[in-house]
Design a protein around this ligand. Structure first.
Ligand code: DLL
Length: 364
């Protein structure tokens, strides 16, 4: 850190980004001019596959700065001739105003922020009816999003909004490694730039085609900071079947989570995405927080989830029975007990970037 992993003299780098990282120093990455060209090309392909074009008017609600998401999408979208509006993250009121006034038809955001914007638009619907927005495409990514959550985001924006999932990581340029086409049956990998393998994260062994495991990526074209068999820690599967869209590249399934996201609760492996799946199946909104702790040497897990209008009730008995119902469903999916606590609508923190879903207070 910071520059020791670069493989060209610093002078040849024309941009540096860094990922936030949760502990210690950020991961610093560097791009030569050729790397930036390739990066824009990779993103351009994926946004076209998702349905963007030179007609699109795109609001980029990722935070501009060291995060690769905003500038990555920015140059990819400019490359195809789209009109880019770099609003960056935050300032929801202004985001919505530009969206209405400019007739923004495409939004770039994390799924959680896209949902939050929709909720905020709904709250203001008396003054500004949802019909005033022209949004029809969401290029979402940078955090996990179950198909159920995607459906909910689409419904919240009203009919006609279509969202695709986009994956990447700073060490592999940023966005642009893979993304969904209109068929949405996996994320097309830009295979001429990224060679992907799936391994067993415990043994390091390469798994046969079609198996689920940790994604390992070699970036075939990167010069500034080449990655050879880089362990992403993301858990996915590669699908080699041809896609109905006609593109011939392989697809990866939505990452199920990171191997280091996986919680071990009393010995049982739990992915936050499993919790999300259960909540949404029961008609809850994807506003939840998982709290893990250790009491008397025993792991405890509490899932706080916001009520929504459909489930709202004033009587304590109804609330308790809803909590019990969710606890039962979680128990049968996760095989471990989680206490459920219903929260008031709007009471859990919202994020303008990646949502924080887990607070683990166990002292290791
Ligand atoms: O999040 C790059 C990116 C920006 C991708 C914008 C897509 C759109 P990092 O901040 O380095 O880079 O975080 C990389 O985020 O290893 C995954 O664990 C997670 N991640 C990224 N995209 C997805 C996704 C960017 N579509 C880490 N689904 C990765 C699930 C994702 N997880």
């Amino acid at each position: 850190y910071p520059f020791g992993m670069f493989s060209v003299p610093r002078k040849e780098l024309v941009r540096i980004h860094a990922s936030s990282g949760t502990t210690g120093n950020p991961t610093v990455v560097g791009y030569t001019r050729e790397d930036l060209e390739n990066w824009a090309e990779q993103v351009a392909r994926l946004v076209v596959a998702a349905g963007a074009s030179d007609e699109s008017l795109v609001q980029i609600c990722f935070g501009y700065g060291m995060f690769t998401g905003a500038l990555g999408l920015h140059y990819g979208l400019e490359r195809i001739g789209a009109t880019v509006v770099p609003t960056s993250s935050g300032n929801t009121e202004k985001q919505l105003k530009f969206m209405r006034d400019f007739g923004t038809d495409t939004i770039v955001a994390t799924p959680s922020y896209c949902l939050y914007l929709a909720e905020s638009a709904r709250e203001r619907a008396e003054e500004f009816p949802l019909g005033q927005y022209r949004l029809k495409l969401g290029l979402l990514g940078s955090e996990g999003c179950t198909p159920e959550m995607r459906d909910q985001i689409e419904q919240s924006w009203g009919g006609g909004f279509f969202a695709t999932d986009n994956y990447g990581m700073s060490e592999l340029n940023g966005p642009g490694m893979s993304g969904e086409c209109r068929e949405r049956c996996g994320l097309h990998i830009n295979e001429d730039h990224f060679l992907c393998e799936i391994i067993d994260s415990k043994t390091g062994e390469i798994l046969p085609p079609g198996e689920t495991g940790e994604l390992v990526v070699t970036n075939l074209t990167k010069r500034g900071i080449p990655m050879l068999r880089y362990r992403t820690k993301d858990i996915t599967r590669i699908d080699y079947e041809p896609c109905a869209c006609g593109r011939t590249t392989v697809r990866m399934t939505k990452p199920r989570g990171r191997s280091d996201d996986m919680l071990i609760i009393r010995g049982v492996n739990v992915f936050p995405s499993q919790v999300e799946h259960v909540l949404l199946e029961l008609g809850m909104d994807p506003n939840y927080l998982i709290l893990v702790d250790r009491k008397n040497n025993l792991d405890t897990m509490e899932v706080q989830v916001e009520m929504n209008a459909a489930l709202f009730s004033d009587t304590v008995r109804d609330l308790e029975s809803t909590e019990k119902r969710i606890e039962g469903a979680l128990q049968s999916t996760l095989n471990v007990h989680a206490r459920v606590r219903l929260m008031e609508p709007g009471s859990l923190p919202r994020s303008e970037g990646k949502a924080k879903r887990v607070i683990d207070n166990r002292k290791l």
